[in-house]
Design a protein around this ligand. Structure first.
Ligand SMILES: [Zn+2]
Length: 315
């Protein structure tokens, strides 16, 4: 483990870097659902069109210095901008500390940072616009595969026995099965081959776990009640597939389970709170729950698996 001073320094760097990514994600969350380009035009006040100067674009600090107002038209700038920047900064800080304190290779940082940014952006866009952009999920799958090729050792180290990621039950089973096939052993002899298998297995798990219910839901919706909207969108399927690409099949199953429980509780809570039957039919966006569950996995590992272990010790 590096010296404590170095850890503090790089923790601060992670926070600042997270705030900058958060600033970029603010642009993504605003422009992507509106079909606008991410690079052009440069940042401007949406009300008066004032072109934002570089010193007015420093995460959190500029908003505080301007007291939350545009320097040209003096109309308020939403608190969501600095909040998004601070949230991303804190997330990167926590992820960095988790990786360092777990003794993992720093090579997992690009995957963890990319995925958490993609999760926050999809959650915010889905909550507001009820859709998950393909640009985020497709690019996420591509980046995950690229990182598996570049840093196979860091990815596979998360599956070592005793690791909170739960040992990768599905991955281990698939690897053993493939190794027994005629050409399987040669294919999986390298770490890179195993990392790519883990990535593709996660992709498949995501597509099957949510794709099957989405397809069944669509069939049911079209035969029973005409005009009723589908239960599960394809955006959610692609989002879980992206999570699987980054974290593997076990994490994929865990994320779906945790997100479904949280989504059910939230829906039930809303029904209790408002006592309105029409709300029961109006579904909640699922993306934010998937994002929260995957972030929980990134930060805490497989706590369901650990609860199971704990139950084993108590016997
Ligand atoms: Zn303005």
């Amino acid at each position: 483990m590096p010296a404590v001073d170095a850890i503090h320094f790089f923790a601060l760097v992670s926070f600042v870097f997270g705030c900058m990514i958060g600033s970029f994600l603010n642009v993504v969350v605003w422009r992507l659902p509106r079909g606008e380009s991410l690079s052009h035009p440069p940042s401007h006040c949406p009300r008066c069109g004032w072109r934002i100067r570089p010193w007015e674009n420093i995460p959190i600090l500029s908003w505080l210095a301007l007291r939350g107002r545009c320097s040209s038209c003096h109309l308020p700038i939403s608190w969501r901008y600095p909040a998004g920047e601070a949230a991303m900064g804190m997330l990167y800080l926590l992820l960095f500390l988790r990786i360092v304190h777990s003794g993992w290779s720093l090579e997992v940082i690009p995957a963890y940072f990319w995925l958490s940014g993609a999760l926050l952006a999809t959650a915010l866009i889905d909550a507001q616009h009820r859709y998950i952009p393909n640009q985020i999920t497709y690019s996420g799958c591509g980046v995950a595969l690229l990182l598996a090729v570049l840093f196979p050792q860091a990815r596979l180290a998360l599956f070592l026995p005793g690791n909170p990621h739960g040992g990768g039950i599905l991955f281990t089973a698939a690897r053993d099965w493939l190794t027994a096939l005629p050409d399987g052993a040669a294919l999986l002899s390298s770490l890179r081959g195993q990392a790519i298998l883990d990535c593709l297995l996660g992709l498949t798990a995501g597509l099957i776990l949510l794709g099957v219910p989405a397809f069944a839901g669509r069939l049911l919706a079209s035969t029973s009640t005409p005009g009723r909207t589908e239960i599960m969108g394809w955006g959610d399927v692609k989002m879980l597939a992206m999570i699987g690409c980054f974290l593997g099949a076990d994490a994929c199953a865990y994320t779906l389970l945790a997100a479904s429980c949280a989504g059910f509780l939230a829906g039930f809570g809303r029904w209790l709170l408002y006592c309105r039957r029409d709300l029961v039919r109006q579904s909640l966006p699922f993306g934010p729950f998937l994002a929260a569950a995957a972030l929980l996995w990134l930060l805490t590992g497989n706590w369901l698996f650990r609860l199971y272990q704990l139950a084993g010790w108590l016997e």
